[in-house]
Each structure stands twice: as structure tokens, then as C-alpha cells.
Design a protein around this ligand. Structure first.
Ligand SMILES: [Zn+2]
Ligand SMILES: [Zn+2]
Length: 139
């Protein structure tokens, strides 16, 4: 595939994820903001893991064919396409009640959220404090 076709496909995948994020109800998740410093840090760390080959893609995600992809921030070692989304790692009992940003354990208080990074939607569990910080930082 040539460079322009690759860029087109990447843009299309990014648009598709943007639309999916706006239809948050479909995912049953609150759209979050990537400008929270702890989230920005976690995303940067994840991107480094991608670059160093420590993130395992499902069999349908190919480097020369960008398409919408999904990652769970509580276990970012795997990335999946829409068809494989159910194979993302489920959070365990501790993880399901822990904030992915400040790592505090707050039973029953975690908001399941989703943020977009290009063609990737990242699932993230956020505690009330971090959630308020996230909303306050909204531009
Ligand atoms: Zn797949
Ligand atoms: Zn938190």
C-alpha cells in the first residue's frame, strides 16, 4: 500500500473511533479526557510499549492496514480489533475497583470511561477525584 492510501485508512479509522466515542451509550461508557496528567503519562508509557513490541495485537490488526482498535488500560499488553473486543483482558476483583490513574482502591466508585488516541479507544476506570480533575481540565 502506498503512503497516501495508508494515511487515508488511518484517518478513516480515527474518524470511525471518534464517532463511536460520541455514541458512548453504545459502549455503556463515559467519554473521558486525555488531558489528565496521569492519563497522559499512562498513554505515553503504553505508546512506548507499542514501539518496543511489548503490546500483542490480535491477528486482524496489521501494521500496514490501520483500523479501529481497542485497549484496556488496566492491562495494556493487548490490542484488539472490534471483532475481538470481547477478548480484551477483564479486570480482576481488585482491578475492577481500582483507579487506573491514581491506583487507589475504591470499591463501587470507579467510573468506566473511554478515551481516544488516534484510531485506538482506551478503556480506563477512573475514581471520583480523578474524574473531577479530568472534567475540570476539559477545554
Ligand atoms: Zn481481531
Ligand atoms: Zn484516581
Amino acid at each position: 500500500m502506498n503512503r497516501a492510501a495508508l494515511d487515508d485508512q488511518l484517518a478513516a479509522a480515527t474518524d470511525e473511533q471518534g464517532a463511536r466515542l460520541r455514541r458512548g451509550a453504545e459502549l455503556g461508557l463515559e467519554p473521558g479526557e486525555t488531558n489528565h496528567p496521569k492519563l497522559a503519562e499512562a498513554i505515553l508509557k503504553w505508546q512506548q510499549q507499542v514501539l518496543t513490541g511489548r503490546v500483542r495485537p490480535c491477528g486482524h490488526l496489521l501494521p500496514d492496514a490501520p483500523q479501529p482498535a481497542f485497549v484496556a488500560l488496566w492491562d495494556p499488553s493487548r490490542i484488539c480489533c472490534l471483532a475481538c473486543i470481547s477478548r480484551l483482558p477483564e479486570p480482576d476483583q481488585i482491578e475492577a475497583h481500582s483507579c487506573d490513574l491514581c491506583r487507589r482502591y475504591l470499591r463501587g466508585q470507579i467510573t468506566p470511561s473511554v478515551v481516544q488516541v488516534g484510531p485506538v479507544l482506551l478503556f480506563v476506570g477512573v475514581c471520583p477525584t480523578c474524574w473531577n480533575e479530568m472534567q475540570a481540565g476539559k477545554s
